[in-house]
Design a binder for this molecule. Structure first.
Ligand SMILES: Nc1nc2c(c(=O)[nH]1)N[C@H]1C(S)=C(S)[C@@H](COP(=O)(O)O)O[C@H]1N2
Ligand SMILES: [Mo]
Length: 230
């Protein structure tokens, strides 16, 4: 089904929803028997939020498009899970260290991927921790057992295989080598409608990123096949 929803600037629609990411051809990480999200950072004590317990919170369904910073968009994805705001208000906020003034959240995946989101962006109405996509539990390609879904931010913010959330009281230092920081976008907000792809000018970034789409898609699909053959 195609909708007439406009795409953000510089994006092109793809068919379906490809597996894509810095994992490249590495298969998706194994999901533990009773998967959980560890909550750390500015909390009195680290604690685990099991993925199973998310089912007991108010459920949220959301149909949204997904925009990778490299320039492809998948449309009309039907996510189901819990609103991040609900998780924050009911599970995280009561556990904060007294006086902690939260500015950012860091989302970590089982494969080591990390994304940093401002508190304001994370509490937006359409940000979810999703364990279902199109009526089925998330598969390895798209982030089993659960992932962050933030449709108004580029794909790289949407950490797959979510296993950790750190509550931060300041913006963390940028990570990675010089080359990584040059190529891998680390815009502090990464909003798709503002086209916050990078600090370099868009006329440079758009065509450069586009070159990476085909090889990353190819490698990611190979990792997906390898996971199914295991
Ligand atoms: N854990 C994890 N999450 C990740 C990535 C990754 O490599 N590992 N890649 C990001 C990038 S760059 C994109 S575009 C989306 C792709 O999501 P998809 O594979 O479900 O299409 O996942 C994001 N989340
Ligand atoms: Mo991406």
């Amino acid at each position: 089904m195609q909708t007439s929803r406009p795409l953000p600037p510089g994006q092109r629609r793809v068919n379906g929803f490809p597996r894509f990411g810095h994992h490249l051809s590495r298969p998706a990480p194994a999901v533990p028997a009773d998967p959980a999200i560890t909550i750390g950072g500015a909390v009195r004590e680290e604690f685990d939020l099991t993925i199973a317990s998310l089912a007991t919170l108010a459920r949220r369904e959301l149909t949204a498009d997904f925009h990778c910073v490299a320039g492809w968009s998948a449309t009309d994805l039907r996510w189901e899970g819990v609103s991040f705001r609900t998780v924050y208000r009911t599970c995280i906020e009561p556990a904060l260290r007294p006086g902690a003034s939260v500015t950012h959240l860091e989302f970590g995946g089982l494969d080591g991927w990390r994304s940093v989101v401002t508190l304001e962006d994370a509490l937006a109405d359409d940000v979810l921790i999703a364990e279902h996509l199109d009526g089925r539990p998330l598969d390895g390609d798209h982030g089993a057992p659960a992932r962050l879904v933030s449709p108004r931010q580029y794909g790289y913010v949407n950490t797959k295989h979510l296993c950790r959330i750190d509550v931060l009281t300041a913006e963390p230092e940028e990570r990675g080598s010089f080359l990584e920081r040059l190529l891998v976008p680390t815009h502090p907000r990464a909003r798709v409608w503002q086209e916050e792809r990078h600090y370099l000018p868009l006329w440079m970034v758009r065509p450069l990123y586009r070159l990476f789409i085909a090889p990353i898609r190819f490698l990611s699909a190979r990792g997906s096949r390898r996971a199914r053959e295991r």
